[in-house]
Design a protein around this ligand. Structure first.
Ligand code: GTP
Ligand code: MG
Length: 465
């Protein structure tokens, strides 16, 4: 359906988070944001484009600099209410070349061309009368308007701001661009739809598209993670040998190559997910958002995202190394009572749980001239859970990070995350698919689809929507 998308100008005092609100609502991390007042010098439009459609467009604008002077000029015209809009227009014509009012002209132009007004105030600073000239000018434009209270710091003057803003604006909402969830974003769009009757229908269409787009982002994330899992678990690495026998250095080399390929696949997948969620600046950073100091094959990573021995046994991921009484005893925590024989099995199993062994290295091509070493597919049963846990954690973070954040982001990982989404039955079903991906046979596309659906379900749970 073709429709003319709604436009809004985000305006206010300098340094109150106007650009941050634009970045968060347009999902655009290229908006210039800084703590220096006067960062935004020119108006600039940021459309939210989803699937090639513009859902709405936001104008970032410089803050008011000489609001009192502008208001004085307007008041000199002393016109009736129906002429106030014309007076603002006259102000713009009369001051096109006037450097003193450059910022006011930049911010008033999109409004006079029909954009709705979003006035931004910082609710962590006390209200004062100095803002009244700004709000009065906006009233003169006659355009539909709402106010957003953003809390930049800890202090809370929301109530006094509300009382003042309600004198000037039909709608006043609290909105924090740094922490707003998808739900909050949608609620704000719903309010924006109520600003003017003619805008309600097109805004509702935008909201519907936006919801669909969000669902699509989740699906594409699930697809990316499922592909990473299938590809990594099935991966086979080869190294052609110089001599008949493989030297120890060559065995080490192929193992390193194999690990590097898996690390690269994870990195590529993370970058794709960052792109899905419109996080281009994370793309540009050389290192990935996540796990800078926690290698995929590290003990730390295994202890945060991997399964415990007990969980592996209950899931069935021990490859049959421990059965019957051994399992019962281990689960009951009676390890001290174990006799020698069972103790040996458990001992063997622990080595298997350990993270040293990932996959077998085979010497191949004996009969043909060329000899090579081959490693893979992945045999370790814990690795898939580690890889998946990291992918989900990264996706959860990327999906919830505000587009207004400009500092370098770090991931704070914790065990609690794993427990949020994984219970015994989920572990078991995931395990079944991991086994399939780990077998050398060609992976069935249907299996990947089913696995993808499971991932989507988990994502919806762990991404705060
Ligand atoms: N903690 C916190 N900081 C915020 C929030 N909103 C804005 N900031 C910070 O406040 C500063 C100003 O934000 P901007 O979005 O650049 O403000 P602006 O109103 O566009 O500023 P000018 O373009 O200079 O008029 C930046 O350092 C932001 O990171 C918020 O909700 N929480
Ligand atoms: Mg700005």
């Amino acid at each position: 359906m073709n429709f003319s998308h709604p436009k809004f100008a985000v305006v206010g005092h300098p340094n109150k988070g106007k650009s941050s609100i634009v970045a968060s609502l347009a999902l655009d991390d290229s908006v210039q944001i800084s703590d220096t007042p006067g960062t935004t010098l020119k108006k600039r439009s940021f459309p939210l484009v989803a699937d090639g459609k513009i859902l709405y467009e936001l104008y970032d604008t410089p803050g008011f600099q000489r609001a009192r002077h502008v208001l004085e000029w307007l008041k000199k015209h002393d016109v009736s209410a129906d002429k106030k809009q014309e007076a603002v227009q006259s102000f713009l014509y009369a001051h096109q070349e006037d450097e003193r009012f450059r910022d006011e002209i930049e911010l008033l132009e999109p409004i006079m061309e029909g954009a709705g007004i979003i006035y931004v105030a910082d609710g962590s600073k006390p209200y004062s009368q100095e803002y009244e000239a700004e709000m009065e000018i906006l009233r003169w434009t006659g355009q539909p308007s709402m106010a957003l209270i953003n809390l930049i710091d800890q202090a809370d003057y929301v109530q006094e701001w509300k009382r003042a803003l309600e004198q000037y604006f039909k709608m006043v909402r609290v909105f924090n661009p740094m922490t707003a969830t998808f739900k909050k974003h949608l609620q704000l769009l719903e309010s924006m739809a109520q600003l003017k009757e003619e805008w309600t229908a097109p805004m509702k269409i935008s909201i519907k598209y936006f919801e669909q787009y969000h669902e699509q982002m989740l699906c594409r994330t699930a697809e990316t993670i499922a592909q990473l899992m299938a590809e990594s678990l099935a991966h086979v690495e080869r190294l052609t040998l110089k001599d008949k026998e493989a030297a120890a250095t060559e065995e080490k080399k192929i193992e390193e190559m194999y690990k590097k390929t898996l690390r690269d696949l994870e990195y590529k997948s993370q970058k794709n997910i960052e792109k899905i969620w419109h996080h281009g600046h994370l793309q540009k950073e050389e290192k990935s958002l996540a796990f800078e100091n926690m290698d995929l094959f590290s003990k730390q990573s295994a202890s945060i995202f991997g399964l415990t021995q007990k969980e592996l046994i209950v899931t069935g991921a021990t490859g049959g190394a421990i059965t019957g009484a051994g399992v019962d005893l281990l689960l009951a925590g009676h390890t001290l009572l174990l006799g020698g024989a069972i103790g040996a099995v458990i001992g063997g199993a622990s080595a298997y749980f350990g993270f040293e062994k990932l996959a077998k290295i085979n010497l191949l091509g004996q009969k043909l001239g060329q000899k090579y070493l081959q490693i893979g597919p992945m045999e370790n049963q814990n690795f898939p859970f580690i890889l998946l846990g990291r992918a989900l954690y990264h996706a959860q973070t990327v999906a919830s990070v505000s587009h207004a954040r400009r500092e370098k982001l770090k991931l704070e990982t914790n065990q609690a995350f794993k427990n949020q989404w994984m219970d015994e039955s989920k572990r078991k079903s995931l395990y079944r698919y991991h086994k399939k991906f780990q077998s050398e046979a060609k992976i069935d596309a249907e299996d990947i689809k089913t696995y993808e659906k499971m991932i989507l379900e988990i994502l919806k749970k762990c991404i705060n929507v």
